[in-house]
Design a protein around this ligand. Structure first.
Ligand code: AQP
Length: 344
């Protein structure tokens, strides 16, 4: 079966965008793919994290994976820092990818802001670690939200450059896979009606963990009252909902709420507008709030139970890490041989 890899950063405030854009996709892929889902803690520390809070946040993302329905026995769930192959391969990719490629990454520009001189080196090199996350398993399918598309393109370029630069060595060692070279070209899977969930306060900004306004996002740990209140207060325009998707074009806030409704109910925006076209937001928002509470409350409940048992959560991560290591280490050893590093 094709191998899937994806990750979520334990940077706190896990939100509806992470859930609809990534975690629900992770759950869906389990029946048809072998899946590796990673709590990418080394990515998280590219910006300052309080150590105590980080431990809780790592367990919280793990709890969210399990609560959403990821099966850690049939698939692999672990935290990145427990498998050293990620960091080791990232170093090799630091020496393959070009400064010019990384200079073009829009997420770095957004996250570093104006004070670029003060951003960590890790934040700049982050996409190389992400390439390593995926390619350490030679994973071919990567379900992500739309914001990760550019990083996936860089991972493909890095894989191709590695295959090209070391083609002779790969050939001599007999490590090429078909015509592709050593590494496959990983495919981003950006699918569904909510690949880019926007802030509830500003339809031009994506919903984000780091937005200072808690009202901008629905956190997976929000209770029913908080969810209903945030949706009630969400920014909208005064027009009723259109009956066709084309009518959402210049209406980012309306488009966002319809997309969220569609993703939560497992349908399409077309189907939502067939039911709710013509409705005012005063009617649509309560329907959306009820749906969000119905879908998210059980997850928040299961997350709370799991967070009360950190030893169990840690044991899931340890078991997943051991199984991940068993896949990644032979691949890393091949990479070392290809590059010409001596190992014993
Ligand atoms: N708003 C979003 N809509 C859809 N998908 C989203 N993702 C993130 N935000 C949205 C997807 O969630 C997965 C994990 O993301 P991440 O933990 O790597 O964090 P991020 O992409 O940097 O996004 P955040 O949550 O907004 O964090 P900050 O505030 O730190 O930037 C990815 O698949 C991502 O695409």
């Amino acid at each position: 079966r094709p191998l899937v890899f994806s990750g979520v950063q334990p940077t706190g405030n896990l939100h509806l965008g992470n859930y609809l854009g990534a975690i629900t996709r992770f759950v869906e892929m389990q029946d048809t793919h072998d899946c590796i889902y990673c709590v990418v803690d080394l990515h998280a520390i590219t910006v300052w994290q309080d150590p105590k809070a980080l431990r809780t946040q790592i367990r919280e993302v793990t709890a969210a994976f399990l609560a959403a329905g990821i099966d850690p026995k049939a698939h692999i769930v672990f935290n990145q820092s427990q498998v050293s192959a990620h960091a080791e391969l990232a170093w090799i990719f630091n020496c393959v990818a070009r400064m010019g490629w990384l200079n073009r990454m829009t997420q770095f520009k957004e996250k570093a802001g104006k004070d670029r001189e003060n951003a960590s080196v890790g934040l700049f090199a982050y996409p190389n670690l992400m390439s390593a996350d995926i390619l350490a398993y030679r994973a071919t399918h990567v379900p992500v939200g739309e914001d990760q598309k550019q990083h996936l393109e860089l991972a493909r370029d890095t894989a191709a450059k590695f295959n090209h630069d070391f083609a002779d060595s790969i050939g001599e060692l007999g490590l090429g896979e078909g015509n592709e070279g050593f590494f496959p070209q990983p495919e981003p899977l950006i699918q569904g009606p909510a690949t880019r969930v926007m802030s509830l306060r500003d339809g031009s900004k994506k919903m984000s963990k780091s937005d200072p306004s808690d009202n901008s996002r629905i956190n997976l740990t929000d209770d029913a009252d908080a969810i209903a209140q945030k949706i009630r207060r969400a920014k909208t325009d005064p027009e009723p909902l259109p009956s066709e998707v084309a009518g959402l074009k210049e209406r980012p806030e309306a488009d966002n709420l319809v997309g969220i409704y569609a993703a939560l109910s497992g349908t399409t925006k077309e189907a939502v507008l067939a039911d709710h076209g013509g409705a005012l937001f005063s009617a649509f928002k309560p329907a959306l709030a009820d749906l969000a509470v119905e879908k998210l409350a059980p997850i928040a409940g299961r997350m709370r139970e799991l967070m009360a048992d950190p030893a169990y959560v840690d044991s899931v991560l340890a078991d997943g890490a051991a199984r991940a290591r068993a896949i990644a280490m032979p691949i890393l050893n091949d990479v070392k041989d290809i590059v010409g590093l001596i190992r014993s």
